[in-house]
Unconditional design. Sequence first.
Length: 104
Amino acid sequence: MLRSVGQTPVTSSDEDPRVAELRTAVSRLRRGLAGHPAEFPDRGIAEDELAALDAMAISGAPEIPRLRRSLLLIAGAIGSVSALAAALRDVRVAVDLFGEPPRS
């Protein structure tokens, strides 16, 4: 699906557009990570957290603190892999669509 930056994706169901955006971004980063030839020490962490983000998105009601925790772990695990920077940025933008976690 082609769209300009900031444009909300159109979904065919009652799915929250933020969830659709998150699923799309996570899928893109997962594909990029799977296709990246280099092994690095925290690759497994990134893969596990991407799977967790995908599971949260599928549930339809992701918990904001957990989204942010997963994003931080993913960024820490693959942050230095420049080939994945754009896809990682898309995941961050998708997580940001959910807003800030409530302050305790």
